[in-house]
Design a protein around this ligand. Structure first.
Ligand code: NAP
Ligand code: MG
Length: 403
């Protein structure tokens, strides 16, 4: 056995809840700790600990990510009324992902893990498509009024400097509805920086789409800011033969369907919400979708896109062995370890991340998989195994690569 791979800067480790918390430990014990002298700053974001600390632990973990630069996060429960009772919570704590995102001011990039035996629903897609969703404002922070009868609706801006702007939205002749939404230059600019940074990180082009032909001030401002920010990245993009491509959202949708994939599609908040569900479903399984939060100043938080897989956890609690897919959680770890390796100039650490991913692909390509993938695989006879069995099969292949 070779000497364990050394690290210099610790990763921020954010533990989580339910089935993914069980997988978390299995992944660490079986696939990482035997090979890496793992250094982490550990934050338990499991719901009991969040409640005990009045959610301070979530804030601390985000601050640690700002300080150390790279985090890996397990899926966590976002409490609702039912969880309040189940965990006897003091408060309905906010979504940890929301809290971390607002502290890091980051953008979420979702990328599917693809394998030859799982064909995307769209035949032309040969490479993964990464969706970058702007996670601030628009309809998600809008205000609305139900106009119950005739009247006039106005949009008013009173500037602190005394300027006053007023436009009539509509002269209602009868009942109707109205909505006002906003965004900020600051948030749009952060979004653009995160997109171009992540594009250079992953060596991919950026597509960006809005509806600026119709929305001549609102969406147009997104377009203006993206072009402005791109100036800072243009040279590097040109050097690498990458492109920043702007088009209308409807044209983008048509082009995405005809494309071969292999780029980042930056979307406004609503478009990203809708399109990410379409793209992830078309690529196969939520269990194979990775997610990384990238801040405009280059801090990274890696995680799986799926939740804590509650249904499987309740089976696990009854003593059943589950066949929960650990792929996206393993790739959160490899993403974080590889990034740490790059930032700290530790090529052995990055190479380990590559080897672990390769071991995962070798396992799946041999047809060994969790239950969720069985019906998706083509041209291969799949063998469904438990999570533990799947991780053991990966370990065997990793061991061969590392010896
Ligand atoms: P979920 O945990 O993603 O699971 C929904 C269903 O998708 C599962 O029941 C399972 O289907 C399938 N699935 C998801 N991941 C899988 C995997 N790795 N392997 C196999 N099957 C998988 O979503 P949810 O049930 O709506 O949410 C559960 C909890 O997770 C909630 O408390 C929610 O707040 C939280 N959540 C957290 C995050 C996050 O931390 N990023 C994201 C989303 C949700 P079958 O049951 O049919 O096998
Ligand atoms: Mg959605």
């Amino acid at each position: 056995m070779k000497e364990k791979i050394q690290m210099t800067t610790p990763l921020v480790e954010m533990d989580g809840d339910e089935m993914t918390r069980i997988l978390w430990k299995m992944i660490k014990d079986e696939l990482i700790l035997p090979y890496v002298d793992l250094k982490t700053e550990y934050y338990d974001l499991g719901l009991p600990r969040r409640d005990e600390t009045r959610d301070q632990i979530t804030i601390d973990s985000a601050e640690a990510t700002k300080r150390l630069g790279v985090a890996v996060k397990c899926a966590t429960i976002t409490p609702n009324h039912q969880r309040m009772d189940e965990y006897k919570l003091h408060e309905m704590w906010k979504s940890p992902n929301g809290t971390i995102r607002s502290i890091l001011d980051g953008t979420v990039f979702r990328t599917p893990i693809t394998i030859p035996s799982i064909k995307p629903a769209v035949k032309s897609w040969e490479k993964p498509i990464t969706i970058a969703r702007h996670a601030y404002g628009d309809v998600y922070k809008s205000v609305e009024i139900r106009a119950k009868g005739p009247g006039v609706a106005k949009l008013i801006f009173d500037g602190e400097g005394g300027e006053h702007e007023e436009v009539v939205v509509h002269n209602f002749k009868g009942a109707g509805v109205l909505q006002a939404m906003h965004n900020t230059d600051k948030s749009i600019r952060s979004f653009a920086h995160s997109c171009f940074k992540f594009a250079l990180d992953t060596n991919q082009s950026v597509w960006f789409s809005t509806k600026d032909t119709i929305s001549k001030k609102y969406d147009a401002q997104f377009k203006i800011i993206f072009y402005e920010v791109f100036e800072e990245y243009k040279q590097e993009f040109e050097k690498r033969g990458l492109e920043f491509f702007y088009t209308l959202i409807d044209d983008a949708v048509a082009r995405v369907i005809r494309s071969n994939g292999g780029y980042i599609w930056a979307c406004k908040n609503y478009d990203g919400d809708v399109m990410s569900d379409m793209v992830s479903t078309a690529f196969g399984s939520l269990a194979m979708m990775t997610s990384v939060l990238v801040s405009p100043d280059g801090k990274y938080e890696y995680e799986a896109a799926h939740g804590t897989v509650t249904r499987h956890y309740y089976k696990y609690l009854k003593g059943e062995e589950t066949s929960t897919n650990p792929m996206a959680t393993i790739f959160a770890w490899t993403g974080a370890l590889r990034k740490r390796g790059e930032l700290d100039s530790l090529p052995r650490l990055s190479a380990f991340a590559d080897a672990l991913e390769a071991a995962c692909f070798d396992t799946l390509n041999a047809g060994i998989c969790t239950k969720d993938l069985v019906n998706l695989m083509e041209g291969i006879t799949p063998t469904a195994v438990t999570s533990a069995g799947f991780i053991a099969a990966i370990r065997e292949r990793l061991e061969a690569k590392m010896s």
